[in-house]
Design a protein around this ligand. Structure first.
Ligand SMILES: *Cc1c(COP(=O)(O)O)cnc(C)c1O
Length: 232
């Protein structure tokens, strides 16, 4: 099941890449993150067997218990909100934290990473659409936070992330993706010394093709790979 779904998604990724043509500033090497929240470790093993190399989780507690069982069998990405009091637990586990949205959180990550001699890769989460229910900095706050992170020894800013509002028609999310790509390029032009802008994390099951057409190279897919989630 997962193998078939992954094959179809890769096909769509390539269709979207063809459609997008040249996008300066971003690699066209698209990484498909398998979002396994609310799924078992058996599902994670299945994902890896299918060829998925990066796993996304949105809750620390759940991710930690899965990591305890599986270890570093793939890249682990944190895609959910991170509370400062959970940072110490998160830093040893995650290769990439997608959800940095405050100086205070960045400082805590810097401290925790320094203690274990790690340079923690992070993305700034941007609330492009300004939805009240969502985390993330406003578009106009991105540069200031990036400059701040640039001065932290144990944190490396690796790109930007957004969660578009849910629309029935993925086309409706396109302006959000377009704006994040533009912010990404504006940030590149700042030429911050310790920043390496590799990733534009945007697009989920419903809208990943539109996101890739607008510049995404890291798409976060749950339902499309693993079916609907059971919440209890
Ligand atoms: C759950 C989640 C996803 C995956 O959503 P699907 O619609 O199931 O693909 C992607 N990104 C974030 C931040 C999520 O929390």
């Amino acid at each position: 099941m997962v193998t078939q779904n992954f094959t179809n998604i890769i096909k769509n990724v390539n269709i979207a890449l063809k459609q997008r043509g040249n996008k300066p500033g971003i690699s066209s090497d698209v990484k498909v993150l398998g979002v396994t929240k609310n799924h078992s470790t058996a599902v994670i093993r299945e994902a890896i067997a299918a060829g998925i190399t990066a796993i996304g989780e949105n809750r620390i507690q759940e991710a930690l218990s899965k990591y305890e069982e599986l270890g570093a069998i793939a890249e682990w990405h944190l895609i959910g909100h991170l509370q400062t009091n959970k940072v110490k637990q998160a830093v040893p586990v995650f290769d990439l934290i997608h959800s940095v949205d405050s100086e205070r959180l960045a400082v805590e990550i810097d401290k925790a990473a320094g203690k274990i001699n790690k340079r923690q890769n992070v993305l700034i989460q941007v609330n492009v659409a300004g939805e009240e229910t969502k985390f993330g900095v406003k578009s106009k706050e991105v540069t200031a936070l990036a400059r701040f992170i640039n001065n932290l020894e144990n944190v490396r800013l690796a790109g930007l992330m957004t969660i578009a509002p849910f629309y029935e028609q993925p086309e409706a999310a396109r302006p959000v993706f377009r704006e994040l790509y533009q912010l990404f390029n504006e940030l590149k032009a700042e030429n911050l010394a310790n920043v390496k802008l590799d990733y534009l994390s945007m697009g989920m099951t419903n809208d990943y093709m539109a996101a890739i057409e607008e510049g995404a190279n890291l798409v976060r897919i749950g339902t499309g790979l693993f079916g609907t989630r059971k919440y209890n």
